[in-house]
Each structure stands twice: as C-alpha cells, then as structure tokens.
Design a protein around this ligand. Structure first.
Ligand code: NAD
Ligand code: DAU
Length: 351
C-alpha cells in the first residue's frame, strides 16, 4: 500500500478509518473521494493526525472521468470503498439514489480500477466494505451469518449492497481484479450521522424529545464498535487473500429496546437533566420489511487473521455517549441543516 483512495471518507466509518489508518500507518498518503451528501461532512475530518498526508477530493464515485483521472494522477494502488447511501429507512422512501450510488457507483469504480491497473495487478487491491444485511433476516434460533450464508436482501438498501458485492466478486473471477470484501454488522461510535439508532437516541434524549422504538423493539443487531471495524479492514488489506470475503461482527446482540434502555441509564448518570430518560421511549409504527435479527459468525477472520473485537457493548456504548455529549458543536453542525429537519419529518411525522 502506498497511495490509497478512500471513497466515502467524510462519512461515519470512512472518517474513522482515515484517522485509524493515519495512526496505524503514518507514512501513507490518503486520497479521500466523497461527494458530501447529507451524510458526509468536513466536520468529520477536522483535527486529523496528519492533514499533510490527506487530500480531500469532492466528487461522485459515479463520475467515471473523475475517477479515472484520480486513479492515474495519484498512482492509486489501493482502493477502500466505503461510499454508499447507507440508511435503510431512506432506501424505503427513496430507493433511486441507492441504485445509482451503491450499484452504478461501485460499477464505475471497478471499471476504473480494471482499466488503470490493466496488465499490472501486482500490489493492487480493491477492498469493498459491505454489510451483513445482504444475508437477510434470522429467526431467533437460526445460526449466525457466515461467509457462505446465501444472500437474501430484503430492503432496497441491502439489495443494492448485495448487487455491488456480486459485481465486485464478478470482477475478481472474470478479470482477475484483486478484490477483498468485508460484510460487517451494525457499527456505532463517534461521528455517526444522527439518523441511525444510537446517535438519534442520544441526541433526542438530551433534547427531551421522544425516542421512537419501531414496532415491539425486540429486533436484534450485532453491535460493532467502529474502531474494531477499522482494525479488521486494515488486517484484511494487509493479510487477507485476494478474492476472499470476511465477516466482521461485534458479538453484542441486545434487543433494540434494551439497548435504548441502556443509553438512557448512561444519560441519567452523565446528563441527569431530564432523567429518567427512559420515560421518553415511545413505540411507533414498525419499519416495512423490518429485518428481525442479525448475528455474525467471525470464525473465519479470527482463524485466518487473528481478529476479534476489542470493545464490548458496555464500554463502547459509554464511550460513544460521552463523545456525543462532549461534542455538541459537531451535532449542531450536522443536524442544524434544513435537510435534517425535513428527514425527521418525512420519516417520523406519520408513524
Ligand atoms: P455514511 O452514510 O455515514 O457515509 C457515506 C459517505 O459516502 C458520506 O460521506 C457520503 O457523502 C459519501 N457518498 C455517498 N454517495 C456518494 C457518491 N455517489 N460519491 C461519493 N461519495 C458518496 O455511511 P457509513 O455508515 O459510514 O457506511 C460506510 C460503508 O459501510 C457503506 O458502504 C455501508 O453500506 C457500509 N456499512 C455500514 C454499516 C454501519 O453500521 N454504518 C454497517 C455495515 C456496512
Ligand atoms: O447491519 C449493518 C447495517 O446497519 C448497515 O449496513 C447500515 O448501513 C446501517 O444503517 C445499519 O442498518 P440498521 O437498519 O440495522 O440500522 P439503524 O440504526 O437504522 O437501526 C437499528 C435498529 O433500530 C433497527 O432494528 C431499526 C431500529 N430503529 C431505528 C431507528 C432509526 C428504531 O427502532 N427506531 C429508529 O428511530
């Protein structure tokens, strides 16, 4: 790895990864291509460990002329592809952007990599960051998702990610493009856009707003602290084999409702105004097609690369709540726009 292109590096996981990699490998030059949708923010890239080795490029992964130029001009040898439309509820209300970015955008990047690296795949890698949602929904007794679990996506978001996964693997089998894929579970931590469960609950609770629990709140997610995810991707880049897929999960699987209770308990202690915050919990109409349960089997990445998560939900959740309480200016910058108010209205007003 020498010249790295990170796509979507102004978003939640991408910006955490930029920080992680600058600390783990301080000599690498990182090029960060991000179109700055509602979910991306330059706020996420303030105070980087080494700004001189980070070049931000605003642009769309679907712009093939731009992507071709970046790969050649900066002699990119490694692509770490985070850019995506990432929120399930938005994919239900507006699926077109998901097809455009997640499928066509990934296709554009793959074509550009194939062309730029043609004839010399040595030392190159296209790493695709994907999700456990491609595997569908588990019953309470089903075994956890492994790398060989059949794909059964059930939302426009997960269908678009599944499609992009298939394209990435097709470029390996057909053209020999050196790829790797990680399918990971729900990330949480600093700088997550407050449309997702954990930051939404923290910020709503602090403001005394209702905490909307979809349906009975007995859905299960496999929570993974974002730094652990970054470490897994780094290991796959360095030691993972071309063409391989690795599942990455946190091993923490509470019911949503218990997770929100826990957030409220932490806030009661750290931010006692408005306590007990659990009084704000409100059951609302369920998400259509709501996946009931996810769980990830990390046997492969543990056995082959020695990875396992370092954070459990108790320590990770407390660190996360503390970060949001300590960074109100970040929350104001990313939620203070009209777009955010419009989203809350579109998703919650009629629930
Ligand atoms: P995010 O929504 O916080 O960030 C996405 C970033 O991509 C934003 O900065 C946005 O501006 C950028 N982007 C969107 N469309 C673009 C385009 N056409 N061109 C260039 N940039 C574009 O997402 P996230 O939560 O950080 O997720 C990152 C990746 O990880 C996604 O591929 C997602 O599917 C995957 N993933 C996320 C989770 C999770 O829990 N957050 C779990 C598993 C997998
Ligand atoms: O599993 C990995 C996926 O996790 C990623 O691929 C997605 O990019 C990421 O958004 C996330 O998807 P989820 O739909 O699981 O995350 P979200 O935070 O939107 O919801 C988590 C759970 O909480 C889910 O069961 C729905 C529920 N929920 C969510 C919101 C926003 C609520 O009950 N109320 C809410 O207001």
């Amino acid at each position: 790895m020498k010249n790295i292109l990170i796509t979507g590096g102004a978003g939640f996981i991408g910006s955490n990864f930029v920080r992680y990699l600058q600390t783990a490998e301080p000599d690498l030059h990182l090029y960060n291509l991000d179109s700055l949708t509602y979910a991306g923010s330059l706020e996420n890239l303030k105070d980087l460990p080494d700004p001189s080795l980070h070049t931000f490029l605003q642009g769309d992964i679907g712009d093939s002329a731009l992507v071709n130029r970046i790969l050649r001009e900066y002699e990119i040898d490694t692509i770490i592809h985070f850019a995506a439309e990432s929120h399930v509820d938005r994919s239900i209300l507006g699926p077109a952007a998901f097809v455009q970015t997640n499928i066509l955008g990934t296709f554009t990047l793959l074509e550009a990599a194939k062309n730029a690296w043609a004839g010399n795949y040595n030392g190159k890698r296209f790493h695709h960051v994907s999700t456990d949602e491609v595997f569908g929904s588990l019953s309470p007794t089903d075994p956890a998702f492994s790398e060989t679990t059949p794909y059964e996506p059930r939302s426009p978001y997960s269908a678009s990610k599944a499609s992009s996964d298939h394209l990435v693997r097709a470029y390996f089998h057909t053209y020999g493009l050196p790829i790797s894929v990680t399918n990971c579970s729900n990330n949480y931590g600093p700088r997550q856009f407050p449309e997702k469960l954990i930051p939404l609950m923290v910020l709503n609770a602090v403001q005394g707003k209702p905490l909307p629990i979809y349906g009975d709140g007995k859905q299960v997610r496999d929570w993974l602290y974002v730094e652990d995810h970054c470490e897994a991707i780094h290991l796959v880049l360095k030691q993972g084999k071309d063409g391989e897929t690795y599942n990455v999960g946190g091993g923490n699987q509470p019911y949503n409702i218990d997770l929100v209770q826990e957030i409220c308990a932490i806030l009661d202690e750290l931010h006692p105004q408005g306590k007990p915050h659990a009084n704000l919990m409100t059951h609302v109409q369920d998400r259509p097609g709501h996946d009931r349960r996810y769980a990830i089997d990390i046997t492969k990445i543990h056995a082959e690369l020695g990875w396992q998560p370092r954070h459990d939900i108790a320590s990770g959740l407390r660190a996360t709540v503390e970060w949001y309480l300590q960074n109100p200016q970040w929350a104001q910058a990313v939620t203070g726009k009209e777009e955010y108010a419009n989203w809350l209205n579109a998703n919650y007003a009629r629930r």
